[in-house]
Design a protein. Structure first.
Length: 349
């Protein structure tokens, strides 16, 4: 059962948002976000729509992007926000759907479909374990299904699905997001104002001249400021763009070079923002939310971290980057400060 618990944790941790400290967002600072797409289609009411060869119900919004599959091939991907209990159904004969366990596409080892589970040493995973209720139709000699094959997306232990659909001769790639647990992410168009929190950041007891922003009770820091602050410590890191994986790669142990172009807004295909005309000068900024792809050396797969653009700079969620770079992160309620200790690992007080 340890394997089942570990994999469920890995799958869920990419998109689960938890609290770093008691810094909260006031009623006037409640926020909505926008997805990293030039074609975001927000909807006031859930709709049913045909995409590729499938019909999808309970759609909240749709965006599109170009990405890469596990083999490095360029693919077109639909990001679709759906309500719980959304259904995808095939429209023609010769249909097959695939769910990918490890947030990638076209990786047979981690491919689930009707009658094909994923097996680790301690547990066998089925579609039902992942919160999907499959409804097969008539199966033909090549193993595909007739029109009407459908999956109910109930999400279960994970708030996102990577699904490929083969319908007739048409292959379509989808990333489905559950909006009832992530209704503040990925679906609302347009930047909104946000103000810095009152918390400060300290690295090895030294106050860092940067602003923290509180989003859903989690602290976000400008990635470049954090990287510069960690230079010369055991937890320093460099960043470089990994083009084949379309991800920003951390290089732990290497000093950060400020001239690195990896932290520009173009990295994540997002438009830079400007100070709101109605904002108080130096106190309120514009932001855009995004879930960015990152990598660590020696890892085959990329991972997502929650981040956002504030006045055109990339901000990352402190708790997530602390875990990946492995430095101690503690909230001090007396100082109202987030404390980083580079002599200790993540989770060590």
């Amino acid at each position: 059962m340890k394997c089942k618990t570990l994999i469920s944790t890995i799958l869920a941790s990419t998109f689960v948002f938890s609290c770093l400290g008691p810094v909260s967002v006031s009623a006037t600072e409640q926020m909505t976000y926008t997805a990293s797409s030039e074609a975001s289609v927000p909807s006031a009411q859930p709709v049913t729509k045909k995409l590729g060869g499938v019909t999808i119900s309970n759609i909240a919004s749709i965006s599109e992007k170009t990405g890469y599959d596990n083999n490095g091939a360029i693919i077109h991907i639909y990001n679709v926000d759906v309500l719980n209990n959304s259904r995808i159904s095939s429209d023609v004969d010769g249909s097959q759907f695939y769910l990918y366990m490890m947030n990638t596409f076209n990786e047979p080892e981690y491919e689930l479909t009707i009658g094909q589970d994923y097996v680790c040493p301690a547990y066998r995973y089925s579609l039902e374990d992942m919160g999907i209720a499959p409804h097969p139709t008539k199966q033909v000699s090549d193993g595909t299904w007739s029109a009407g094959l459908s999956w109910d997306l109930n999400f279960g232990p994970r708030p996102t699905y990577f699904i490929r659909t083969d319908v007739g001769k048409e292959t379509t790639y989808f990333v489905f997001y559950q909006t009832d647990t992530m209704s503040w992410g990925f679906r609302h168009a347009g930047p909104n104002p946000i103000s810095p929190s009152s918390a400060t950041l300290k690295v090895n007891n030294q106050t860092i001249p940067t602003s923290l922003f509180s989003i859903q009770d989690s602290n976000y820091v400008k990635l470049e400021d954090l990287a510069l602050a960690l230079n010369g410590t055991p937890k320093q890191f460099q960043c470089q763009w990994n083009e084949p994986m379309v991800a920003l790669q951390f290089l732990p142990g290497q000093p950060y070079q400020p001239a690195t172009p990896s932290l520009t807004t173009s990295t994540f295909i997002l438009q830079p923002t400007t100070t709101s005309p109605t904002a108080k000068v130096q106190k309120e900024s514009q932001y855009l939310f995004h879930s960015g792809k990152f990598m660590l050396p020696g890892q085959k797969y990329s991972f997502h971290m929650n981040c956002c653009l504030i006045d055109g700079s990339l901000y990352v969620r402190l708790q997530e980057i602390a875990e990946k770079i492995d430095f101690s992160l503690v909230w001090d309620p007396v100082q109202k400060a987030v404390l980083i200790d580079t002599s200790k690992g993540y989770g060590v007080v």
